[in-house]
Design a protein around this ligand. Structure first.
Ligand code: GLU
Ligand code: MG
Length: 470
């Protein structure tokens, strides 16, 4: 596969390299003129986390950068009612990037480049932030953290599968490899595809820390450097788009579905979290117990554990999410924390000092990253405000404990399915406040509908089990 990305065309390489997070409106306009950018995609996500965009040609660039492009929000999932549907897209200049691949359907040598920029959604005619915009919701919770003096850093590990397509291009669940964790197989299409993804992400300004084969056949992980919550959620939405796009260009199908194959590991999106104050990681405190875990971090963990059952519908938002949260596949099933052990919900990796953090292992990559970060931060802050003491960290394997032992240690289980998770979410005033009335009710309604459809459907498992027995 050659020329998948445009690294080897110096004009694209130059265009990508000349972008920085500090560009102003006029810097971006000058960059677009210099590098012959022809289209700008104004991106945002709906409540489900699906990427959406409005694309404008060069004649509209000034208007777009001035935040004057309107769209009709009534058809976007979880957005708004017909009678109040006019929305504005306000771009965040620090997110401007140029696509490092040939423009779809265009000959790039004649038609210039395509760029994108991430936007906040505003409401018209008021001109105020739209309370159903997931990025706006995360910004609001981050502002609450800032008012307490904290900045959240997040480092996600989004796993995904690469599957084959049929000759007609339809997705299958067949993998092209039989490799496992960290395997170094003779280079296969999956490994080649992973490299192309890494190159594209680097051209988009990502700092990639590592990429490797995951436990299941056809399963992969690419890790990028942690950053502040909003920036990292932006990156995740770009990441999911790039992974799917490059895979498709290579004739594969990439999926972030949490559990595509019964009997094999599912795909998680572990999130490493820490809070910083005046540039210092306040999860670390020299001399504190457990090699320096601060009291503040304990309260944060206490909040995550206390609200774990109610925020699960946001971090694990599909029917399929709960097929991953079962014993035996390195995914959590219970609300507990530990220092090293990977079976509980929260693990504290061995790193201390500036790298002190907790790893929440429940989220999966089908979630809306903005909402997932918002509810986890809100839960942690609630723990800090209420000085919530977490139960004792566990040392044993939670999967193997008996029910009695778990009750003795006060270890509760995660919701068993989406229906139970939505019921938990609905009861939580902390989650309602974090998401805001609008997004909260839209989300609960959408997920209740999804659950009812699933419950009513007759699944292949039932037919296999009962058709000939009854
Ligand atoms: N795939 C596992 C999960 O579902 C995680 C494997 C790992 O520890 O990276 O969360
Ligand atoms: Mg992993």
């Amino acid at each position: 596969m050659t020329n998948l990305t445009m690294e080897n065309h110096s004009f694209v390489g130059d265009a990508c390299r000349e972008i920085s997070n500090e560009m102003s409106r006029d810097d971006i306009l000058a960059h677009m003129r210099k590098h012959d950018v022809r289209f700008l995609r104004l991106q945002f996500t709906d409540i489900a986390g699906t990427n959406k965009n409005v694309e404008v040609p060069s004649s509209q660039f000034e208007k777009a950068l001035d935040g004057e492009i309107m769209f009709d929000g009534s058809s976007i999932e979880g957005f708004t009612r017909i009678e109040e549907s006019d929305m504005l897209l306000r771009p965040d200049y620090s997110t401007y990037r140029v696509d490092p691949w040939p423009s779809e359907g265009l000959s790039y040598s004649r038609h210039g480049l395509v760029a994108h920029i991430i936007c906040d959604v505003y409401r018209l005619p008021e001109g105020t932030p739209f309370d159903g915009c997931p990025r706006g919701i995360l910004k609001r919770v981050c502002a609450e953290a800032a008012a307490m003096g904290y900045e959240m850093n997040a480092g996600p590990e989004a796993e995904f599968f690469l599957f084959q397509r049929t000759p007609n291009g339809e997705a299958t669940t067949n993998t092209h490899d039989a490799a496992g964790y960290f395997d170094l197989a003779p280079t296969d299409l999956g490994e080649q595809c992973r490299r192309e993804i890494v190159i594209a992400l680097e051209s988009l300004g990502f700092e990639i820390e590592a990429s490797h084969h995951e436990v299941a056949a056809g399963q992969h992980e690419i890790d990028f450097k942690y950053g502040d919550a909003v920036e990292t959620a932006d990156r995740l939405s770009v990441f999911r788009f790039v992974v799917r796009k490059i895979a498709r260009d290579m004739g594969l199908h990439a999926t972030f579905m949490p559990k595509p194959i019964f009997g094999a590991n599912g795909s998680g999106m572990h999130v490493h979290m820490s809070l910083f104050k005046d540039g210092k990681n306040v999860f670390f405190e020299e001399g504190a117990p457990d090699d320096g875990i601060s009291q503040l971090m304990r309260h944060y963990v206490g909040g995550l554990l206390e609200h774990g059952r109610s925020l699960c519908a946001i971090t694990n938002p599909t029917v399929n999410s709960y097929k991953r949260l079962v014993p035996g596949y390195e995914a959590p099933t219970h609300l507990a924390w530990s220092m090293r052990n990977r079976s509980p919900l929260i693990r504290v990796p061995a790193r201390r000092g500036v790298g002190t953090r907790c790893e929440m292992r429940m989220p999966d990559p089908s979630c809306n990253p903005y909402l997932a970060f918002a509810v986890m931060l809100a839960a942690g802050l609630d723990g800090i405000k209420n000085k919530t003491e977490p139960p004792k960290a566990v040392t044993g394997n939670v999967y193997r404990m008996s029910q009695r032992e778990r009750s003795r240690l006060k270890i509760k289980s995660l919701p068993a399915n989406l229906g139970e998770a939505v019921t938990q979410l609905e009861k939580s005033s902390v989650m309602k406040e974090a998401l805001g009335e609008h997004a909260f009710s839209q989300f609960v309604h959408a997920k209740r509908t999804e659950w009812s459809e699933y419950i009513a459907a007759v699944h292949p498992w039932e037919v296999d089990r009962y058709l000939t027995r009854m």
